[in-house]
Design a protein around this ligand. Structure first.
Ligand code: G3H
Ligand code: 13P
Ligand code: ZN
Length: 315
């Protein structure tokens, strides 16, 4: 099924628009009906474009038909800008599969393979995707954290600006995810002093000035959410995310046009569930704790859209 049947947009024009108007499009990860609803209602309330990011494991959890049923249920109108994006596709086949069931954008993540493998595979999926008007994100460099089980990048893991130009020209990828010091998960930094490498970003921009760039691992890990989780029985210690001001800078003053957030939404959902269950130990109707969880995810999305992405009122 082609994505346009669901009213979805591909991400190419969304990211080009963001580049031109100096904001970033949020890519929020979803994994069930509630998170899709939260993300889309945040986008609708703020008139923001939005990318619903689905990892391979989230797709497996929901199942193809269930996910596409939920997407169909959104009843997306032509005036909205909503993309459905495969996050961290691990193979060309997996990206093709996503395209065939209705995704409008895919990421092929061969960032840990050698550059020749990455180039060949990306060029292959670009050919397949572009023939179907689907956009492709690729990645150069390795994010620290879950991607490589360390918490700090070594110099060689940052994106090498000198290979970016050749890579984009050889592959035709529509956007490029870069490693400048962010990492996946809730334990990104040990101190507030750790800064993103905007010097590397500048060099990348000089090499590929028209390519929209993507920042993964960009959750800010709000301390109020962590505190709520811990207050109501959770145990999340030493969690620290990316500084909000640096994210704002990335979104509004650089060529970063798409920023990926997953952990912040997970924290919000969990805080909503924990707080409700602790306050009302007698309840056992799941709707009673899923509703505040869904609202909490919507609220963190709205907060990020307004304060980090500056994507509100951009439709
Ligand atoms: O960047 C990866 C996302 O946080 C997805 O994680 O595979 O657990 O859904 P997941
Ligand atoms: P976070 O873990 O920082 O939310 O990163 C999400 C991400 O990059 C998804 O691709
Ligand atoms: Zn990611």
């Amino acid at each position: 099924m082609q994505y346009s049947n669901f009213g979805l947009n591909n991400t190419k024009s969304m990211l080009e628009n963001a580049m031109r108007r100096h904001f970033a499009v949020p890519a929020f990860n979803a994994y069930n009906m509630e998170t899709v609803q939260s993300i889309v209602s945040a986008a609708r309330l703020t008139k923001s474009p939005v990318i619903i990011a689905i990892s391979e494991s989230a797709l497996k959890y929901m199942g193809d038909d269930m996910l596409m049923g939920i997407i169909g249920g959104l009843k997306i109108t032509p005036t909205e800008q909503i993309a459905l994006h495969l996050d961290h596709g691990s193979s060309v086949e997996s990206c093709m599969h996503a395209i065939n069931i209705g995704f409008s954008s895919v990421m092929l993540d061969f960032s840990k393979r050698d550059i020749d493998d990455n180039t060949t595979a990306t060029a292959n999926i670009v050919r397949y995707a572009h023939a179907r008007d689907v956009s492709v994100e690729s990645e150069l460099g390795v994010l620290s954290g879950i991607e490589d089980e360390t918490t700090k990048s070594t110099e060689s893991e940052y994106t090498d600006p000198t290979i970016a130009k050749q890579f984009i020209s050889d592959t035709g990828a529509d956007s490029l995810a870069i490693a400048i010091g962010t990492s996946h998960g809730a334990y990104k930094r040990k101190s507030m002093d750790e800064k993103l490498r905007f010097d590397i970003l500048e060099k990348i921009q000089n090499e590929i000035p028209t390519t929209p760039l993507v920042l993964h691992g960009a959750s800010s890990v709000p301390s109020d959410l962590v505190d709520t989780i811990n207050k109501f029985g959770g145990k999340i210690h030493n969690a620290m995310g990316i500084d909000i001001e640096q994210l704002q800078f990335a979104a509004t003053k650089t060529n970063i046009c798409k920023i990926n957030i997953d952990s912040d939404l997970r924290l919000a959902f969990t805080a909503g569930v924990r707080e409700t269950l602790r306050a009302h130990p007698d309840i056992f109707n799941p709707r009673e704790y899923l509703l505040p969880a869904r609202d909490a995810v919507r609220d963190i999305c709205i907060f990020l859209i307004r304060t980090v992405f500056h994507s509100n009122n951009k439709i």
